[in-house]
Write a protein that binds this ligand. Structure first.
Ligand SMILES: [Zn+2]
Length: 92
């Protein structure tokens, strides 16, 4: 998958699907999480979510103290852009 092609509006196949069990919908959101018991603090695991399940998955992670960030999938590649993460949190 090429994120640049997606951003430019070209009709490219979307290979990323929602992480929710049984859901085959194309993902729009990336949820970044970390389990302190098994991961180093800098480590980030990523779940992908469709519009319908993004909030469900975030709540799931938050309830277990695993959630770190939620980002639009198109912006998830620029993980070092702190301003993006701030905007996403404000939107929630
Ligand atoms: Zn879904």
């Amino acid at each position: 998958m090429n994120l640049i092609d997606m951003l430019s509006g070209q009709d490219v196949p979307v290979e990323t699907v929602c992480s929710r069990k049984g859901c085959r919908t194309a993902a729009t959101t990336a949820l970044l999480w970390n389990n302190p018991k098994i991961h180093t603090p800098e480590r980030r695991k990523t779940w992908l979510a469709c519009d319908e399940h993004a909030q469900w998955l975030e709540d799931y992670l938050r309830s277990r103290d695993l959630w770190r960030e939620t980002r639009p999938l198109s912006e998830a590649a620029s993980a070092d852009d702190g301003a993006v993460a701030g905007n996403v949190r404000d939107a929630l």
